[in-house]
Each structure stands twice: as structure tokens, then as C-alpha cells.
Design a protein around this ligand. Structure first.
Ligand code: NAD
Ligand code: IPM
Ligand code: MN
Length: 370
């Protein structure tokens, strides 16, 4: 028996999470275990009603669960960033889920926009650092001398553009990216351990040619971790170039490890080459604490309540959750049933079908049971 917390969230989140829970229950039944779900009403509705994002008590309660199953967050009625930072990032940071695991795998039966590429070519994993970089939340906006907290920035702009520091006319904003040696090391260790169990190749993605302080540190640590794993071959790619290689030669990649923001961007690209956002799962992992599993897409507000959203990314994230709990066979069965469902043509509009969200969940659950 496993206790799992569930957070439907906003937009299509609750609909797709219901399908995920349905499928995980079917897998549990088939493989002889049970999941006790506890739902947390976290999201835009509650925020608009009460002003609460995630409370301290709630976080403490969530920390008693080995895993959280998460739908999606984001609502047009709330200023961008409030829910995203106040809920999703708050959870990732509070639980120190420093690995954001995003498999990029083209399933059989799914078409990729990459001409001439098939499932044997598109099968790698992006390990995105999940707690640092531009996500640490250090930034500000100011005019003239209004804020003296970062004199270095004020001085840079007065020299470069002749801005008068006394005047209020010119507005400046900054956001600081921070990496630490330990924060980089731990996520790289995870990536190398993963590669040891796969094809033993790790690619580091960064921008050390320009942002040479932060990503220079990243590269230095990468070289050290690589030296401790002599059986794994390694490569450095700059983030701009890697977007080209993902499209041109996806078969080159096995495990990709990258700082937070580049990881966010390149995994939406990865999602497209595996057939679309409706298919791309993710896990926010703290190997020693509460981990959280979710689709990598957002709340797709335009589809909210229509029953047309693709639940596969969420169901697949559920397979990662089972794997995390140690139920490897059940996790594999879920992925196999997703492939079976696609083969049977029970797919939503984004994949060219006519099935609804619930039809897809029902079919995946049915294939697991049969
Ligand atoms: P989005 O991922 O929600 O949607 C982009 C587009 O992708 C959608 O309009 C839709 O065409 C398609 N899509 C996404 N998921 C789909 C699914 N399951 N089935 C079918 N089509 C799907 O990104 P967005 O529109 O940029 O953001 C909407 C909101 O979600 C924003 O508030 C944003 O901040 C938030 N967001 C949340 C998360 C998260 O919860 N992890 C991730 C990304 C964005
Ligand atoms: C993702 C999302 C989030 C991120 C946002 C909503 C905070 O885009 O999970 O990829 O930037 O990590
Ligand atoms: Mn994203």
C-alpha cells in the first residue's frame, strides 16, 4: 500500500489527473498493491477564493508522502507567475526535488515531425537541474537611484547608456542566475548514474561561451564528475546548437544534463519531436525525499472542461511515479498500455484522433487489466 498525494491544479489538470489515477489504480490492482490517494485542493480556484497558495501546514503534510501526482498549474484570471512560482516552484524547491527527469522517447505508432526518424532514433533523457540558475528568484526592477541594492548594475547602465542615476526616467530590471558546485554536482551524479544503466553517454548543455561564470562552474564540475565515471563518454554542447542537433540527429543523445532554464526550453522542443506536449512526461525527483510527477505541459486553458485534452503525458508521468515507488513492472505495463492505446487508434485530437480524455484513460486502464 502506497500513500500518494494528488494535486489536480488548474485548467485541464484535474481532468488529465483523473485519468492518470484511474490507470495507476488499474496497474495497482493488476500487480497486487494499492494506492491510497489524498487530494489537495491547491490551485487557482482556492487562491482566488482565499488567497492561499500552499500553506506551511500543507507542505508539512505533503512531506509525509513518498510521491505527489500533479496535474498542471496556471490560470488566466491570475497574473502570470503567481501560481507558477507560488505553487509549482514552491513545491519543487520545498522538497528539494533537484532532478527534473524528462524522457524524450518516440513511442511506436506516434509520428514525429522529424522526417526519416523513428522510435529507434528518438530515445533519450533530459536531466534538468531543478532548483538553481535563473529560477532562484533573485531579481528586481527599478528606476534611477530608487534601489541601490545592485550598484554594479546601476553603474554599468550609467556608463553604457549615459543614464543619469539621479533621474527616474530609465527603468532597469535584472534577474540573477546562481549555480553552486554542490547543486551542479548532485544532478550530474544522477545523470551519470542513469547513463551507466543506459548507453553510457552524457551530454552537458550550457552557454559557457558567454555566461562564463555560472556555466564555467557548471563545466568544471561536469569534468570532475565525468572523470569519476570513466566508462561514460561525454560531450559539451552549447544550448543554441543543441536545439539544432535535437532536430537533426536526435539519435546522438542518451542522457542530457543541463541547468534549469535551458532544460525548461529544450524539453518543450524534445516534447515536439516525440509527438507533442500531450505525450511528454516529467518527474521532479529528490532521491531521498518527496518526489513529484507531472506532465511537462501546462494547464492549456483553452481546453479546460472540454474533455479533449490528451492525458497520455500525465499517465506516463504516473508510470515514472510507479517506477520511483519501486513498482518497475507496473510502470512498464503502463507505458506498454499507452503504446497499445495509440496502436488501437484511441487518441485525442492533437494526435489526429477523435477520442476524448476519458476514452483514452479508459482504454489504457482496460489494456492493463486484460
Ligand atoms: P501549455 O503547455 O499549457 O499549452 C501549450 C499548448 O500545447 C496548448 O495550447 C495546446 O495546444 C497544447 N497542449 C498542452 N497540453 C496538451 C494536452 N494535454 N493535450 C493536448 N494539447 C496540449 O502552455 P502555455 O499555453 O504556454 O501555458 C498555459 C498555462 O500553463 C500558463 O499559465 C503557464 O504558466 C502554465 N504552465 C504550467 C506548467 C506546469 O504546470 N507544469 C507548465 C507550463 C506552463
Ligand atoms: C515546466 C514549466 C514550469 C517551469 C513553469 C510553469 C514554472 O514551464 O514545468 O516546464 O518553468 O519549470
Ligand atoms: Mn516548461
Amino acid at each position: 500500500m502506497y500513500r500518494v498525494a494528488s494535486i489536480g491544479g488548474d485548467g485541464i489538470g484535474p481532468e488529465i489527473l483523473d485519468e492518470g489515477k484511474k490507470v495507476l489504480d488499474a496497474a495497482a490492482e493488476k500487480y497486487g498493491f494499492e494506492i491510497e490517494w489524498t487530494d489537495f485542493p491547491i490551485g487557482a480556484d482556492r487562491y482566488l477564493e482565499t488567497g492561499e497558495l500552499v500553506g506551511e501546514d500543507e507542505l508539512r503534510e505533503l512531506s509525509t508522502f513518498p510521491a505527489i501526482y500533479f496535474g498542471s498549474i496556471g490560470d488566466d484570471r491570475v497574473r502570470p507567475g503567481v501560481l507558477e512560482k507560488g505553487i509549482l516552484l514552491a513545491l519543487r524547491f520545498y522538497f528539494d526535488q533537484y532532478v527534473n527527469l524528462r524522457p524524450i522517447k518516440l513511442l511506436h505508432g506516434v509520428s514525429t515531425p522529424l522526417a526519416g526518424k523513428g522510435p529507434e532514433d528518438i530515445d533519450f533523457v533530459v536531466v534538468r537541474e531543478n532548483t538553481e540558475d535563473f529560477y532562484v528568484g533573485i531579481g528586481n526592477r527599478f528606476r534611477g537611484r530608487q534601489h541601490a541594492d545592485l550598484e554594479v548594475i546601476r553603474n554599468l547602465y550609467s556608463v553604457r547608456f549615459g543614464l543619469d542615476a539621479e533621474s527616474d526616467a530609465e527603468e532597469i530590471a535584472y534577474q540573477i542566475g546562481v549555480l553552486s558546485r554542490e547543486g551542479s554536482r548532485r544532478v550530474m551524479e544522477y545523470a551519470f548514474d542513469l547513463a551507466e544503466r543506459r548507453e553510457k553517454r552524457v551530454t552537458s548543455v550550457d552557454k559557457a561561451n558567454v555566461l562564463s561564470d555560472v556555466y564555467g562552474l557548471w563545466r568544471e564540475v561536469f569534468s570532475e564528475v565525468a572523470a569519476a565515471h570513466p566508462g561514460v563518454s561525454t560531450e559539451f554542447n552549447f544550448v543554441d546548437a543543441v536545439t539544432m542537433w535535437f532536430v537533426k540527429n536526435p539519435e546522438w543523445f542518451d542522457v542530457v544534463v543541463t541547468p534549469n532554464m535551458f532544460g525548461d526550453i529544450i524539453t518543450d522542443l524534445g516534447a515536439m519531436i516525440q509527438g507533442g506536449l500531450g505525450l511528454a512526461p516529467g518527474g521532479n525527483i529528490n532521491p531521498k525525499g518527496t518526489s513529484m510527477f507531472e506532465p511537462i505541459h501546462g494547464s492549456a486553458p483553452k481546453y479546460r472542461g472540454l474533455g479533449v485534452a490528451n492525458p497520455i503525458a500525465t499517465i506516463w508521468a504516473g508510470a515514472l511515479l510507479l517506477d520511483h515507488l519501486g513498482e518497475h513492472e507496473a510502470g512498464e505495463a503502463v507505458v506498454a498500455a499507452i503504446e497499445g492505446t495509440i496502436r488501437d487508434g484511441v487518441v485525442t485530437r492533437d494526435l489526429g484522433g477523435t477520442a476524448g480524455t476519458v476514452d483514452v484513460g479508459d482504454h489504457v486502464a482496460h489494456l492493463i487489466r486484460s
